[in-house]
Structures are given as C-alpha cells and as structure tokens.
Design a protein around this ligand. Structure first.
Ligand code: UGA
Length: 426
C-alpha cells in the first residue's frame, strides 16, 4: 500500500517506521524542514529505543521516505494518515489548528479516491466534523473515506507496542474502507475493533482516562497505607492477583505526566462539559494527581524544616524513564517548587541536561549529589533503582533519600545509614 503520514512526531515516526517495515511504501511528511533533512539522513529528533535503527533500515530498503513537500505528497498518495499534534488549549480543550490545516490541504488535493485516517488524538465529534467539512466543500463522498484509527503506543516502548498491539481500533462511516484497513496492519495479530467515528475517538480517551484513574487510585490508597503504616506494595500485590484488577498502572508516586494522560483527561472533561455531562470522577483523578507533589514536598519539609537553605539533588527529569520527553513532567513541576522555596537544586538525568533558571544540571550522576542535603528520585530510570549507595552516602552532606517513585529497596538504603522517605513504603 502507498501511505503518506502527515506529522513526524512520536506517533507519526513510529507508525511510519513500523508500516514501512510491514512492507508498505511510506512517505512521512512534516512542515519542519530541518527535522526532515535530519530524518532523511537517518537522524531521529527524539529518543525512542529502537526507532532510529528501524528508520535507517527502512530508509536503506527504500520503503520509507521523508519529505517537507506536504501538499505534493498528500496529492500523490491514496492513503493519508494524519498524525499531527493536538496540544491542550488554556481551557483544557484540544487545539486542532494543525489538524484543520491538513484537512484543508487534503480537500484541495483530492482528485482520486483517498482514505483519510486520523491517528492524532482528537475529541469526540472531530472526524464527523471533518467528513461534514469535506462534503460542504463540495467533495463527492465517493471520493473519500474518513477513518478514526487512534494510537495506543507508550513512549519508551513505542515499537514494542506497535508490534504487540492489544487491539486495533477503526472508526468508520461505512464498511467501504475496511478491506484496505485490514491490509494496513497485516502483520499484527491484534483483534480489530470496528465502531463509528466518535466511538473510536472515545475508546482512545476512555483508555487514557482509565489508566490515569488507576494511577490516582493507587496514589490515594498509598496515602491511606502511609497513615496506617502499611506497605503499599503489599496492597498492590494483593490487588494484582485479582484478574479483574491486575497490577499494571498501580504504581504510586509523583503522579502521571507526559503529553497524553493529563492533556486527554482535560480534553475529555471539556468534551463532556459541552454536552452538559458532569465528570466528578475525572475531576477527582485530576485533583489527586495535582496534589502529589505537595504531598512529597511536605514529607521532605518534615525532616528538613528549613528547606530554603538546603541543596537538593533531583535524579530524573523526564516524565518517565526511557524517554527524553519533558512535557508535563512531574519531576520538573517538583523542581520548580523546590526552586520557588529557595532551595539550591541540582539535577541529573540519563538523557536530558535540564536548562532551567536556578537549577544546576550535571552530566555525572554522582557529581550531582556532592554536598546535597537530600536526594529525590523523581523518575525511576533503571540506574537510580540500585545505585552505589556507599558512594551516595560518602558524597552527600545530608542523608535523606526521598523516593518519589516508590522504586527503591528500603533495606538497601537504610543499610548505608541513609534515611529513607516515601509514601506508603516501609
Ligand atoms: C500513554 C498511554 O499509556 C498509551 O497507551 C497512549 O497511547 C499514550 O499515552 C498516548 O495517548 O499517546 P505515555 O504517555 O507514553 O502513554 O506514558 P505512560 O506509560 O502511560 O505513563 C504516563 C505517566 O503515568 C508517566 O508520568 C508515568 O510515570 C505515570 N505512571 C504510569 C504512574 O505514575 N504509575 C503507573 O503505574 C504507571
């Protein structure tokens, strides 16, 4: 199949590389010329394990190409996958400017039949509106099919997620494009879920809202565990054996961040409000998440009352491990609050040298803790889980370790004479 993917971000690039690897002829386009120049040379602008290798392999085989000629490519290809960003607006709704621009180009370039597939996360009703817009512009409905095909990949494991998808969702208006759609992911074994356009859009939002709910639930239970001197891990393990609950996404910690969960909850709440539907549960999920940083900082100030005069090291600045993405990172929100309180903040992250006012970033994990009063683990990168505690102890001035991701072995930490702080961890 000949496919044009519009947008060379996380979703666009991963999808482009995987579909080319499945044997399709893929052209990935973006208006950012320098990004495309780099991609043509196999240089990938984001850190995603395995992605650069897969892109290079398919560039060499000729199955994958990159271009900044958006209009020409859209005109040339019969299948268009839209994978542009839909960031949050101030009011929590999704900004659809980029998507609308692509739709306008598609409208001006339809000569032969096109299948238009939206992969960008968009509020319910958006694909229906795209359909109506094209019809109102006088485009014959025989000339196009609109498909909503949301993406469920996670940053850091994006390729694994594409090759081992647990479902492939297609929202369509008619059965006409279904045969072609089945050929798109022909190499996977994932079950297909067919629904209408808004149904597919809502499956995407409901998935992320449910994951966020699990995390806020975990964080609330961890707070209760903390109050009753119970190890939250025991409770999580107790929940895990019930197949109706499961263990995944029940890790307590600083809360959820990233470019998806926070944004999608806000957008879903906004969409519900437009139809006068109350979202008490989603509001609570949001609220628990927002107060996690305060919770951890309160823990810290209980043992370090004069925080403003202290030097604090934060390990991990990305929103989760195995990514270089800083968008809505709880670690950064925490760092900003420490700075606001007057602390001297040092940071170390395996992928990112943070550039932030009043923060000193280090290239060496152990240099970053020299003379610090406390060390906070804000992102659970593998190298933070079992570091050389002897070295940590000898370099630090103080002895407080705040485990804001519930990822450390408490006994190991205490064995070195360090003070372990966490929420719901004994
Ligand atoms: C999320 C979803 O997991 C994907 O299925 C979805 O496709 C993607 O959003 C998207 O909409 O594009 P992602 O944002 O990459 O993926 O990251 P997650 O692995 O979901 O983690 C989100 C946040 O939740 C991170 O800050 C992470 O640290 C936190 N988290 C995750 C927890 O606090 N506890 C957990 O148990 C799991």
């Amino acid at each position: 199949m000949r496919i044009c993917i519009v947008g060379a971000g996380y979703v666009g690039l991963t999808t482009a590389a995987a579909l080319a690897d499945f044997g399709h002829e893929v052209q990935c386009v973006d208006i950012a010329e320098s990004k495309i120049e780099n991609l043509c040379q196999g240089k990938v602008p984001i850190y995603e394990p395995g992605l650069e290798d897969l892109i290079r392999k398919n560039l060499i085989s000729g199955k994958l190409n990159f271009s900044s000629q958006v209009k020409e490519s859209i005109s040339d290809y019969p299948i268009i996958i839209i994978a542009v960003g839909t960031p949050s607006k101030e009011d929590g709704s999704s900004n659809l400017t980029f998507l609308n621009q692509v739709v306008e180009i598609i409208a001006s370039e339809i000569n032969d039949h096109k299948i238009i597939i939206t992969k960008s996360t968009v509020p319910p009703g958006t694909n229906e509106r795209i359909y109506q817009t094209l019809i109102e512009m006088g485009i014959n409905e025989e000339l196009f099919d609109i498909v909503s095909n949301p993406e469920f990949l996670r940053e850091g494991t994006a390729l694994w997620d594409i090759y081992h998808a647990n479902k492939i969702v297609f929202g369509t208006k008619t059965v006409r494009p279904i045969k072609a759609l089945k050929n798109l992911y022909k190499k996977g074994n994932a079950p297909y879920i067919f629904t209408n356009l808004s149904g597919a859009e809502l499956i995407k939002y409901a998935s992320n809202a449910f994951l966020a709910t699990k995390i806020s639930f975990a964080n609330e239970i961890a707070r209760i565990c903390d109050a009753y001197e119970v190890d939250y891990a025991d409770v999580a393990n107790g929940l895990a054996t019930d197949p109706r609950i499961g263990r995944l996404f029940l890790n307590a910690g600083l809360g959820f961040g990233g470019s998806c969960l926070p944004k999608d909850i806000s957008s879903l709440k906004h969409s519900a409000l437009l139809k006068n539907v109350e979202t008490k549960l989603l509001d609570a999920v949001h609220k628990v998440n927002e107060t996690q940083i305060e919770l951890y900082l309160n823990k810290l100030s209980m043992v370090l009352p004069d925080l403003s005069k202290k030097q604090i090291t934060v390990w991990g600045v990305t929103f989760k491990p195995d990514t270089d993405d800083l968008r809505s990172s709880p670690a950064i929100a925490l760092i900003k609050q420490l700075v606001q309180k007057g602390c001297r903040v040092h940071t170390f992250d395996p992928m990112v040298e943070l550039e932030l006012a009043d923060v000193t970033s280090f290239r060496d994990q152990y240099e970053s803790i020299k003379d610090s009063d406390a060390l906070i683990i804000a992102t659970e990168w593998a190298q933070f889980i079992n570091p050389n505690w002897l070295e940590v102890k000898s370099k630090m001035k103080g002895s407080i370790i705040l485990d804001a991701r519930n990822c450390l072995d408490v006994k190991n930490v205490r064995r070195q004479g360090l003070i372990y702080l966490g929420v719901g961890k004994r």
